[in-house]
Ligand binder design. Sequence first.
Ligand code: C2E
Ligand code: MG
Ligand code: MG
Length: 740
Amino acid sequence: MTDDDLLQFADEAAPCGLPRKTLTWKVLIVDDDVDVHESTELGFAGIDVCGRPLEFLHAYSAAEARTLFAERPQIAVILLDVVMETQDAGLQLVDEIRNRYGMKETRIILRTGQPGYAPEIEAIRDYDINDYKNKSELSRNRLYAALTAAIRTYQQIHVINAGREGLAKIVRGSAELLHTDGLSEFAAGIIIQMSGLLGLEPEGLVCARQDNGFAPVVIAAAGRFQDSVSKPLEALEDATIRRLLLTALEGEDRIIEPGYGMALHFGGRDQRRLAAYIDAEPVSDSLDPGLLEVFCANVSVCLDNAALVHRLKTYSYQDTLLDLPNRRALIDRIDTWLHVRPSGHGWLAAIDIDHFGEINGALGHRIGDQLLQAVAARIGQACADATCIARIGGDCFGVMWSGKAADAEGLRASFDAPLEFGEHRMTVSCTVGLVSFDDVAGDGSEALENAFLALKQAKHNGRGSLVRFDPSMGAEIRDRVRLLANLREAFSEEKLYLAYQPQIELATGRCVGIEALLRWRGHDGELIPPDSFVPLAEQSGLIVPLGEWVIRRACTEAAALQARGHGDLRVAINVSLIQFRDPRFLDRLGEILDETGAPPHNIELEITESVAMGEPTRMIELFDRIKAMGLEIAIDDFGTGFSSLGHLQRMRVDRLKIDRNFVGELGQSGKGGDIAGLVCGLGGRIGVELIAEGIETPEQAALLAAMGCQIGQGFLYARPMPADEWHGWLTDHCARRRGD
Ligand code: C2E
Ligand code: MG
Ligand code: MG
């Protein structure tokens, strides 16, 4: 048998099926002798080496070879002439191949026509040269043997490297697969990674089947299969690929179809099965089968994890009752809109179902759920063009659309027709807060906040109304938040203090008491009026500790006054509704009286008329207990609320304070003067003392005295003063009265 008999000729017939790439070994001939190129290529035409035909590349000089290397072809073997442009051009090129172009796997066979130019032993070792042959001793068959040995070595090195890279890719791939969004992206990731592992162009497809009987569907595809995405596997033209994928879906791990490609099975723990087909069979020994196993097992685990992540994402972005995006998902959608800011106007409406809590309470949660579903359906019909309809709260929906603001009005009007759900037919109304994205400076959560601000305002205006967000709404809220934060700080740093305003007996001019008024001097030294911060403290609950502090301070002052011989002076303290509602209020009050030693009969609690009359029955009881502790009670700002005489008589109050607005109008043409007169008459009839606040002129004082009012308080006598100043005032006042 001659050497030539060993040569095998590749089957010229193309494999059945679609056109596909044939794998070859690339062999580069670098030689300045054209004949060498021709004879080598001719000698190997149609011959397979290690299962693949050879593909020859040609370079006629070292310079040409460099140009070719720059394109980074996967060259298995280089047949390299030593003497070309220079005596050692070939040897120099070897250095570059290894070190400059980093082609470590490529095998090199040096050929030379001049025996004198053999490389040194060191060069052969250092540059990993496979063989050195004299051209004259290279017969066709010897060259075949040398090439086969080189290709086999190349293949082995390649497999080892591919295995190492493959493992690294699998590890990296796991992380990437986990970050994919949805099954089709995951499947596309499988194709890319499988191709990477096999060193092939991404060309293949992945299909999935649910175990609940649905026909398999192609969920990702690359290369020439791209058009198959989202189509049933049945629609795939190639029967062999269909068969391979179906068999893989049944659970067979790995099927290699000679002349075709390879199908792999990935089984996740959930109801889903995946199979992938790659359009090339791996060359038998170029891929470690163990590596494929690791890859498949890894993808299966990733599939489980991705399904888990997907479920978690669904839960955190989806409202499961109504199967709508939730608040978080809506914010994301708005963020995307704001990021891109497409032309045209974008709107967001927060829609609140009026009285849903009552309906839910009356009819039960099951019916409540049905109502919510009916509302969601109605919103869906009314806003067919909406970009996103989400459930953003228990009975609150968010709708985002681009178009006209008037659509919001249509949405609200769509609720005029009754809703039908279960056996129920019900008309519900909704209140709407609307915001234009043009009025949103920040992100999606700010847009939603603005919509809620508008909704709050709309609710304030009356159920069923619609309010569009105005940037001033946001500014107002932000100012209040800042003010409250500053107030907390001032309180904790003890920067608040009490001012005292004397109360004068109109008939004698004698000081009979003081009102304690809270003062706050801000960072810039300016006084911040209690009318602006007390309501804030009330809303935030800060008024409870703050009010307690006021009571303690005022009681300390009352005790000090008594100690200095002013045991007849009363100290009036303003108390808010929130303080009264605190169940520990009376206990704390008793403790403070004990601690400070303030005489209870010298302490008067002022409560505004609207509060006293807001919950009369409770207040009557509470006032009884306060009176039982020995304290006195005054109704502040009297005349501004709607007192019932009956309640007032049962309230056992000691004093009525005529509101300063009515005092200010005394002697003028307005009705205020009349009201002051009426209050004085009322006080006389039910036998309570009267205090007029806000007296600024002697005329007002005279008129009030004539009306029967006993006590006066106002700038005419003294402004509210800090403790030191008040003490000085009191000393002067007493001296004056003694006639010093
Ligand atoms: P109020 O209890 O009706 O207090 C009387 C208000 O009239 C005080 O305003 C006082 O400075 C002002 N005033 C007194 N005389 C005159 C006058 O001749 N002319 C005019 N134009 N005004 C006069 P202030 O101190 O600004 O307090 C406003 C309100 O803040 C108080 O009304 C009271 O409702 C609330 N407040 C003040 N301190 C406290 C407190 O410690 N606790 C609670 N809960 N509320 C307080
Ligand atoms: Mg008061
Ligand atoms: Mg008042």
